[in-house]
Write a protein that binds this ligand. Structure first.
Ligand code: COI
Length: 354
């Protein structure tokens, strides 16, 4: 694939690495490629990062035909950099594309675009402890038309953002709120796709949770309102009776790549890990009986995030002593060690940045 390159005239100054937060700063360039029905993907290019003109009728603005991904580039101690499971992200982008009637991309072409962009903006990969370069590929429906149909024109873009911790809490435990009435997704809908609608559906309940002092919402299934699905920006794990349990994928839960990495890593370490349905009542009962040892979330942005408190109706529980437990702390360290190249990569997840 040929990539046209237009360099920025005046490179931007880099942000203070000790205060990056999440998703605020963007690098000098972005990758774009267009799709036109009957032609396919074309015009791969790297341009200066910045606003681009769209018609007010552009379909994505009205009907939300869009999908995205999130992955990271990690700087190693020797100064080189590496990606974590990037092809798995592009494969999931294609699964989301199927659900939203968006054309698939060629995974190797997307990798080529990402690698060319990283080559240009590699100076932006931060090296302060706990920082990384977040990669956000996304596809938007670009047809300027306001009738409802699947767009014949799309744009793939990849933007890069140097980031620190996703939650202001860092690795300190977050407090989560179980919504008794709001629903994020239902089976047969879009829950498994990484698409804007699922995140838009989460905003209202998240505002309620935050106004009550909680960081995120824990979603229950949309049919029985009983079984645990996921948390706002993460999948969720419980340690009960020394077993790691996470909700089994059912079509309305995002198939997290960090979720999959936690499962594989824990199994590789000989830990007992089970994917099954788990109800909120079971979690509260396990807590009452002293069997709930740890709760933690997983996600690219959030990495592994311990949960210290859960509120459901008028009941609130503190998990363990409210601090990160040994299993989540161990998995956090082991995963980060692989991602930052401090330890072996037994699963062959790492792709070096050239
Ligand atoms: C990620 O973890 O990469 C996500 O896409 C979640 C997003 C809400 C930041």
């Amino acid at each position: 694939m040929e990539i046209t390159i237009k360099k920025i005239d005046t490179p931007k100054s880099h942000p203070d690495e000790s205060n990056l937060g999440f998703g605020t700063f963007f690098t000098d360039h972005m990758f774009c490629m267009d799709y036109t029905k009957g032609i396919g993907w074309h015009d791969a290019r790297i341009e200066p990062y910045g606003p681009f003109p769209v018609s007010p009728a552009t379909m994505v603005l009205h009907y939300g035909q869009t999908i995205f991904e999130g992955l990271k580039v990690y700087k190693k101690e020797d100064g080189s950099a590496q990606l974590f499971r990037p092809r798995d992200n592009f494969a999931r982008l294609n699964r989301s594309a199927d659900a939203l009637c968006i054309p698939n991309i060629d995974i190797e072409e997307a990798m080529q675009g990402l690698e060319a962009l990283l080559e240009m903006d590699k100076e932006w990969i931060p090296s302060a402890p706990g920082t990384s370069l977040y990669v956000r590929p996304f596809i938007i429906a670009m047809d300027p038309y306001i009738g409802l149909k699947s767009s014949p024109i799309h744009r793939l873009m990849i933007i890069l953002s140097p980031v620190g911790a996703y939650y202001p809490e860092g690795f300190n435990p977050v407090k989560i709120w179980v919504s008794p009435e709001h629903v994020r997704a239902v089976r047969g809908g879009l829950g498994e796709a990484k698409t804007a609608a699922n995140y838009a559906a989460s905003l209202y309940a998240t505002e309620i949770a935050q106004s009550e002092g909680y960081t995120q919402v824990l979603w229950l299934d949309g049919v029985e309102r009983k079984y645990i699905e996921e948390v706002g920006s993460m999948n969720i794990f419980f340690v009960i009776d020394n077993e790691i349990v996470t909700p089994k994928l059912n079509g309305s839960i995002l198939a997290g790549i960090t979720r999959d990495s936690v499962l594989k890593l824990a199994r590789h370490q000989g830990k007992e890990v089970i994917e099954r349905r788990i109800s909120i009542d079971e979690v509260f009962t396990a807590h009452e009986e002293g069997r709930l040892q740890e709760v933690f979330g997983s996600g690219t942005a959030a990495v592994i995030s311990p949960v210290g408190m859960i509120k459901f109706g008028d009941r609130e529980i503190t998990v363990g002593d409210g601090n990160a437990g040994p299993i989540s702390s161990g998995l956090f360290k082991d995963l980060m060690d692989i991602q930052f190249g401090r330890s072996e990569d037994p699963m062959e997840w790492i792709v070096p940045v050239k």
